[in-house]
Write a protein that binds this ligand. Structure first.
Ligand code: ATP
Length: 295
């Protein structure tokens, strides 16, 4: 898949604070690409750089295979912070003002309001909107002019679960319509549910990146004990699907492929003449893995 954005070795300091330390990754066309990391890991700084709002101290990035920045900019919609809509004006009038300021997308208002599910409320004043509706209007504003890529910074911040679900559905629908979406979030759950790809940042370092189903895979552990621990350890090291065997406090901890079941472990041991005195599956949640990675 061609990439819409290629980032190479980007670094950025604010005085003594190194907010980004040589970050590189590619965003595949058609993906929902999550930039995931705890507060202060550098997500907003990174989005600011690729949107030309901030200047990096080092590294390069290119949009659409090296398109001129002015041309590229027309194909990118962004939502870095909630825009200042006028409270006493309607959704329709607010979008008119946004389109006029940007000098693009004036004819788009109806389409955009339909896309974000606010067309019925087009004449309602902004101040009568729920937080979720305000955020959807902001995403609508970012879609004026029909961008190919949308860059969203923490789009569900402050929303209740219903509002979060609405934004999630909207992101999925936009992606289905062919828009590549880059989304920064500190919420593992949000990224896991909606993204196809992810880059994990910690204090300015890129820890991991790739398809979500590879990067955010939970690794279950199986604990086993038997009377003859040496024989058990040898058998486990030979069992297909067992990736790691570690002996701690008289118990073997096995890290296994996803498809390995405790029943298979038991059967394998029996086939080797070993009777297990202890067999336990320890589910490691993604949350635990994420915490171990980033804290
Ligand atoms: P959050 O989710 O809290 O917004 P983030 O992952 O987006 O966090 P950044 O806002 O990019 O992280 O911040 C990265 C680091 O750079 C932090 O240590 C932050 O304090 C620092 N930083 C960000 N902006 C500035 C600034 N204008 N001046 C000084 N330091 C800054």
């Amino acid at each position: 898949m061609p990439s819409v954005l290629s980032i190479q070795n980007i670094s950025k300091s604010y005085g003594p604070i190194q907010a980004l330390k040589g970050v590189s990754f590619d965003v595949p066309e058609g993906s929902v690409f999550g930039v995931l990391g705890p507060n202060g890991s550098g997500k907003t700084t990174l989005l600011g750089i690729i949107l030309d709002v901030l200047v990096a101290n080092g590294g390069t990035y290119s949009w659409f295979g090296g398109m001129q920045p002015n041309e590229a900019r027309k194909r990118i919609g962004s939502l870095l912070e909630t825009p200042n809509f006028y409270h006493y004006l309607s959704a329709f009038d607010n979008l008119e003002i946004t389109a006029a300021i940007r000098e693009s997308g004036l004819g788009d208002r109806t389409r955009v309001l339909q896309q974000v599910g606010l067309y019925e409320r087009r004449d309602s004043k902004f101040q009568t909107f729920s937080l979720g509706m305000k955020q959807r209007l902001a995403i609508g504003a970012a879609r004026l002019g029909g961008p190919k890529v949308l860059v969203l910074d923490e789009p569900t911040n402050g929303l209740d679960p219903a509002g979060i679900a609405e934004i999630r559905e909207l992101i999925r629908a936009m992606n289905k319509a062919g828009i590549t979406i880059i989304i920064a979030s500190h919420l593992l759950d949000e990224i896991e549910k909606v993204c196809t790809h992810v880059a994990i940042l910690k204090k300015g370092d890129l820890l991991l990146q790739g398809p979500v189903n590879e990067v955010l895979r939970s690794e279950d552990q199986v604990e086993v004990r038997a009377a003859d621990m040496a024989a058990l350890e040898q058998a486990m090291q030979q069992m297909p699907g067992v990736k790691k065997v570690r002996l701690t406090e008289g118990t073997l901890q096995l890290t296994c492929d996803d498809n390995v079941t405790t029943m298979q472990v038991n059967q394998y041991c029996i086939s080797k003449g070993i009777t297990l005195s202890h067999l336990l599956l320890k589910k490691k949640s993604l949350e635990t893995k994420f915490m171990e990675l980033t804290v």
